[in-house]
Ligand binder design. Sequence first.
Ligand code: ZN
Length: 368
Amino acid sequence: MHFTFHLPTKIFFGTDCIANNSAEFALQGKRPLIVTGRTSAKASGALTDIETALKQSGLQWTVFDSIEENPSFATVEAGGQVARSFGADMIIGVGGGSPLDAAKAIAVLATSPVRAQQLFDGGFPAQPLPVIAVPLTAGTGSEVTQYSILTDTERQTKRSFAHRDIFPKAAFLDARYTQTLSQQITISTAIDALSHAIEGFLSKRSTLMSDLMACEAIGHFRGMFANLERNQLTLADREKLLYASLLGGVVIAQTGTTMIHSLGYSLTYFRNIPHGRANGLLLAEALRFMQPAVPEKIDAILHTLGLPDITALKVTLERLLGEEHPWSHDELESFSAIALQAANIANTPKIPSGDDLKRVLAESTAQN
Ligand code: ZN
């Protein structure tokens, strides 16, 4: 048995975790730049909690709240400029996956103003600023990963860069912040978390330790599907989802994602399908494709979810996510060609050909 398990993020979990650990911010810097989207940081109450903590420590901060869904390089480049002109020495990312991933990129660009392709290649000369992450959705797990996923307009896809120096130094997870999310966003982000746990469990790079966390995360979805569908989530349910999302992030930080994320990026880029929903639409048919390579693991996933077979998973996900109209011939060709170029496809336990990807895509919109 041999493996590497790297998790350098300090995790604070639970109601009022920011207020109860407010001194943590001053340990990372004196002039934070808060990176967030237009509304959720305020609506959730997270921004007030953070600003109260910063005030208590006597820190000076500024807010960059221009992060859009699926952020572009131009946005993070602008954030890097704001960080430099303010003299920021740390970045606080607040939001769903987009602001958290943007915060990591801004942390790099603040000290290394490189061009887009150099950033995507993971090459930058200076040490990035430290990042503190406050997730406002239960899905991305970005608060505990070394990944930043941005939109690469040149290659027409979402693209990630990974670097051990962009792991957040600390993460604050308070499920109350997810209570203001719409049902649609709650579902989409929850299915992203499920997808991380499942893909991490199936990844060629999975280890005994990551499997332990992946199975724990998957187990929290047993019985949760019905609550999500009825839109009846208690704070305890939301804590479970946030915990599952955290575990999913820890898992993919070790294992990477697989063909599901590789294909899902095109559904988001070209069809504007939210990231989690994109993965969820592909999940069942991708499992069917991988099943011959990892039958015991697929059985374990279904057993943990309390579902009899892959078709039952597909039905469950369709009820939560709704169906999507079929992809055109050209979409099948281009989405599969783009996925074949994605780095994470190599983690898939059975490497798909272009035709395999087209089949998975085509079946993913068919009735179960
Ligand atoms: Zn994801």
